[in-house]
Design a protein around this ligand. Structure first.
Ligand SMILES: [Zn+2]
Length: 215
């Protein structure tokens, strides 16, 4: 069972009152996609993990907090402004993509990667192929940049899924081989990567879930 609530927060960049939604609680135990995207109700809650000010374009985990470490000028950058003013782009995709840009600018690689990945999920939900691919490519850049310094093989598993979902099967296989399956000590992750290998060989770019992996 889940409860969703809303509230008003004040954007710390421009002072505008913005209505935001919260995923207050969820006790559902859900299966996930291979890139750890939650399923069911948890998926809706996930979409509220970033907030967006439609007045100044600030995207944040919390509009009342400054994720730029005082570097407000980052919002003025050309690409940021271009995306903020893209009226054809749905707000969910926009907020996660913009947050991805900001996080990259302040060197928060892991958060940048997961924000871009979330932008991709939102694009996928409305069949926006262009932004699904564009966002995943940006997530890939961040994951590659991270050099797997955090949680190593789990990151590799998500990176591989990103490559596969946009049809870059060779790059997915290359990433697994570069890391080396024998170096993956976590047995669950190893099984996931073996499953990914099989999917890539079959040129399958569909969504698959963790429950399909035989451990
Ligand atoms: Zn604002």
């Amino acid at each position: 069972m889940s409860f969703f609530g809303g509230s008003h927060v004040k954007c710390m960049m421009c002072g505008t009152e913005v209505e935001v939604k919260h995923g207050l609680s969820s006790v559902d135990v859900m299966d996930t996609d291979l890139d750890l995207r939650p399923r069911g109700v948890a998926r809706l809650s996930e979409k509220n993990s970033a907030q967006f000010c439609p007045n100044c374009g600030y995207a944040s985990f919390d509009l009342e907090k400054d994720v730029t470490f005082g570097r407000r000028e980052l919002l003025e950058k050309e690409e940021y402004q271009e995306i903020f003013h893209n009226e054809l782009l749905k707000e969910d995709i926009k907020k996660f993509f913009l947050l991805g840009i900001l996080m990259d600018d302040v060197g928060e690689i892991q958060r940048s990667a997961s924000s871009y990945l979330r932008a991709s999920w939102c694009a996928e939900d409305i069949g926006d192929e262009e932004w699904m691919i564009k966002s995943r490519k940006r997530a890939i850049l961040e994951f590659e940049k991270s050099d797997f310094t955090w949680k190593k093989s789990q990151v590799l598993a998500i990176l591989v899924d990103c490559y596969r979902r946009i049809g870059e099967f060779d790059n997915a296989i290359k990433a697994i081989n570069k890391f080396g399956l024998e170096n993956v000590s976590d047995i669950v992750v190893r099984r996931v990567l073996e499953f990914q290998m099989k999917l890539c060989q079959e040129k399958d770019k569909a969504v698959h879930t963790a429950s399909q992996v035989q451990v």
